[in-house]
Structures are given as C-alpha cells and as structure tokens.
Design a protein around this ligand. Structure first.
Ligand SMILES: NC(=O)C1=CN([C@@H]2O[C@H](COP(=O)(O)OP(=O)(O)OC[C@H]3O[C@@H](n4cnc5c(N)ncnc54)[C@H](O)[C@@H]3O)[C@@H](O)[C@H]2O)C=CC1
Ligand SMILES: N[C@@H](CC=O)C(=O)O
Ligand code: NA
Length: 433
C-alpha cells in the first residue's frame, strides 16, 4: 500500500513530542497501521532543539503544509482559535484529513469544522484534545457505544490538578506551582485557561457532545476555576473526610444535560480523590457497563503525542476507504435534549464563613438554612485565635437545588454576624465507582 504522508504544523511541546515518537517507534507504528506512515513536511516558525529535521521538508509558513499535494494528513498543533481555524478549514478545503490536539478550537468552532469535513468527506480527529494521553474519546465513541451515559465526571486539566496536589501535599504556593507547570510544558499558552477552568470547560464541551449527542456549546458550560480555593478550604475538607478536586461533570437528568466545571469536594476514599499531580482521570457511568475509569497523564509532550499518533494511525488505516467510526459532525443530534441551567442543579455543599464569636449565632445560621429547606450534614466550629472575636464556621449540607442555596447564601451574607463572603464548594459523592 502507498505510504501515508503526514504534515505537522507547530513544533512546540506537542509537535516536537509527536515528531519524535512517530520517528522513534516508526517500525512498530507502520506494522500496526499496515502501511508506512511518515512525516514528510513540518511547518514551524523555527526548528526545535530536540528534533532532527534532516530529510523532512520544512516551511516557515504553515499554510505551505496545507498546500503540499503530497501531504494526506495535516496535524494542527499550533494552538489558539484564529490561525488554527483558518488552517484546519483550509486543509479540509484541500480534501485533507486533519488531526488536532486543540480543544479550544473544537469546543468553539467544532460544529463548523465537522460540517465542512462532512461535506468534503474527510475526517477531523481530536483524541489529544481531551485528557492528553488517555484514549477517552475512543472509549466513549467506540468502547461504550452500547450505553446510555448516566453521568461522567473527570479531572481533565493537568495543570490545575498539579497545582491543587502540590498545595494539598506540600503546602506550596499557587503561583510557584503554576510557574513549574509552565516550565514543564503542561500549561496553556495563556495559563488563565487552566486556572479559571476554561480549558476544562472546553474539554467537557467535547465529552458532553459525544456522550449525549448535543451540539458543541462551550458557552453553556457553568465554569468556575481553582483560583479561589484556599489552603484553609483544603484543610477543612480533609477534616471532613474529603479532598478538593477540580471536576468537569456532565449528567443526564429529567430536565436535560448538566454541564459544569468547578472545584468539588470528593470523599477521600473515591479513586478520583486520589488522582494526583498532572494525572487526569475520567469516571464514566454507563447504564449497561456501570462505572468505568480512565486514568493517565493529562498533559506533556510525549503523553499527548501518544494520542495524536493514535489519531494519525486511525486516519491512515482509512485513507483510501470510508472511515469506520463516524466523526463527531456525523451525529444526528439527540432531539429535545436541553442544557440544564445551573440554578436547577442539585448537589450538596461545603460552606465556610467567618462569624462573630457570640452566643446564638450558630442557631441563627442553622435556622436560616433549615427555613430554606437545607439540612446540615456536619459542622466544624473552631475556637477563636487569641485577640480575634470572629471564628470560622464550616458546614456540610445535604443535597439542595443551587437556586435555593443561592438564596440562602444571600441571606447569610446579609447577617451582621457573618463577616464578608460565604465560600461555597459543591460536593459530589460519585457513588457507583
Ligand atoms: N502541552 C500539552 O501538554 C498539551 C497541549 N494540548 C494542545 O496542543 C496544542 C499545542 O500545545 P503546545 O504544544 O503545548 O503549545 P506550544 O506553545 O508549546 O507549541 C505551539 C507551537 O506552534 C507554533 N506556532 C504557533 N502559531 C504558529 C504559526 N502561525 N506558524 C508557525 N508556527 C506557529 C509556536 O511557535 C509553538 O512552537 C494546543 O492546542 C494545546 O491546547 C493538548 C493536550 C496537552
Ligand atoms: N493545559 C492542559 C494541557 C492538556 O490538555 C492541561 O494542563 O491539562
Ligand atoms: Na485523549
């Protein structure tokens, strides 16, 4: 069979990893693909110190890769959503298959991209866009195809999990750990995407679309990052038997699909609570299979390259025939499935507030909550520090609708005995793991 020629656009962390792994494991990859897969053209602003580009055509203009008539598969690894969109649409227009690791691009422009790909009869593959090296897209679209997905919950940002873990285990400072994540190549070009939950929301958009057949709709994901999680919350959560993890959650209920990304208290005995560092994990609950867990590196050059190359091989196997698995754009969207507004989501809550150290304050707070139909599951009340007349009060509640909790928090913050804002972190038991 004819060799399949690959053009790589962008030679940064993932581009260099892909170049090196594909060359290093070339013989094995060819044998498994059943044909020769070779990188013939690289588009990069500059060479990469770890990549030997001899024998490969190199262009400073990445659009030269798209225009190269010998390239069958264009691999987009430049990141961002402007030039990347232009590049991917140009490659599709040239009738080339595309592989990308770019979750921002898929989450925000996927509907347009997949429509163009469908019209042209080419594939756009994106395994590396969610959970780095973990083959979660393949698991959901192929391995779990028989299941109604009840819910999925995942740690899907490596940088955020690395920061939370280092804060939890070593008491390190947020900014210091973020800097290390950037040096290790884990963080996005704009690291606020990692710490404010935007990157996780991009990934959840993709997972929810596959799991529920809803169009990609990044703007409908409720998004909170980890930047407001404090060392005290980490400590109090531990006292209550929980760990704080930044989760992306999609769940199908009677009203539609919940899509949300936020810090979450997870019981410490759960596997997800013990996923640390740059590792990611996605727990998927299917009606037939029950719970399955996918665990592995969520970022990094060669781990991500592993997924990029898996897509290249999938596409290469099908280059002269019909693609075996319909790409995302070939879905007929499920009918009548709405996205549930956050106010209608029900969870338990961890609440932390600073209150004046007087008799009766505790009872007043308990009354406000019970008048709102909120039951308290556990309480921690600390002794005041010497010279301080306020104390932290930490509560764990039973499940309640977000809209009722919003109203109760407004009322609590209106009390003179409650100083400043009430911190709220949602709690998930993740039963059936
Ligand atoms: N770093 C990681 O662990 C992971 C990254 N990703 C995604 O992979 C993509 C690439 O990420 P990284 O490799 O980390 O980024 P990076 O910043 O290390 O690499 C991007 C490279 O593309 C080049 N580039 C950008 N625009 C270009 C242009 N117009 N012409 C030529 N070269 C251009 C840059 O000079 C840089 O070398 C992003 O979409 C990212 O979200 C996905 C999974 C994991
Ligand atoms: N910045 C991302 C990279 C992988 O998608 C992360 O930290 O998870
Ligand atoms: Na993946």
């Amino acid at each position: 069979m004819k060799p399949v020629n690959v053009g790589i656009c962008g030679l940064g962390t993932v581009g260099s990893g892909t170049f090196n792994v594909l060359n290093r494991n070339n013989a094995t990859i060819d044998r498994r693909t059943g044909r020769e897969v070779r990188i013939t053209h690289v588009g990069a602003r500059r060479d990469h110190p770890d990549c030997d580009l001899s024998g490969v055509r190199v262009s400073r203009d990445i659009f030269d890769v798209v225009r190269d008539p010998d390239v069958h598969i264009v691999v987009e690894l430049i990141g961002g959503t402007d030039t990347a969109l232009e590049l991917v649409l140009a490659a599709i227009a040239e009738g080339k298959h595309v592989v990308t690791a770019n979750k921002a691009l898929i989450a925000q422009h996927g509907n347009e991209i997949f429509k163009a790909a469908e019209d042209k009869g080419v594939t756009v593959a994106f395994e590396a866009s969610v959970a780095g090296g973990i083959p979660i897209i393949k698991a959901l679209r192929e391995g779990l195809v028989a299941n109604e997905i009840d819910w999925l919950a995942g740690i899907i940002n490596g940088t955020g999990n690395f920061i939370l873990t280092e804060m939890q285990q070593k008491g390190r400072l947020f900014d210091d750990v973020l800097k290390e994540a950037q040096e290790l190549g884990y963080a996005e070009a704009d690291p606020t995407f990692d710490v404010e939950g935007i990157d996780a929301a991009h990934k959840l958009t993709i997972l929810a679309s596959i799991a529920y057949g809803v169009p990609l709709q990044f703007e409908s994901v409720y998004t909170e990052g980890i930047s407001l999680v404090t060392p005290e919350d980490v400590r109090y959560a531990e006292e209550l038997g929980y760990r704080i993890k930044h989760l992306g959650i999609a769940r199908r209920g009677t009203e539609g699909v919940e899509m949300r990304v936020h810090p979450t208290l997870v019981p410490e005995s759960r596997l997800l609570a013990n996923v640390n560092g740059v590792l990611n994990a996605v727990l998927v609950h299917g009606d037939a299979v029950g719970s399955t867990l996918y665990y592995g590196p969520g970022a990094g050059a060669e781990a991500t390259a592993s997924s990029v190359i898996a897509d290249i091989v999938d596409v290469a196997r099908e280059v002269d025939s019909r693609h075996a698995v319909p790409h995302l754009g070939n879905h007929t969207w499920a009918e009548g499935l709405d996205v549930v507004p956050m106010a209608s989501v029900e969870t338990s809550y961890y609440l932390r507030m600073q209150v004046t150290d007087e008799v009766g304050v505790m009872a007043r707070i308990a009354n406000i909550l019970s008048d709102s139909g909120i039951n308290i599951e556990a309480i921690i009340q600390k002794e005041p520090e010497p010279g301080d007349d306020t104390v932290p009060l930490i509560l764990l509640t039973q499940r309640v609708l977000e809209r009722e909790m919003n109203a109760a928090i407004d009322e609590l913050e209106g009390q003179t005995a409650v100083i400043g804002k009430v911190t709220r972190i949602r709690v998930e038991q993740l039963g059936g793991e």
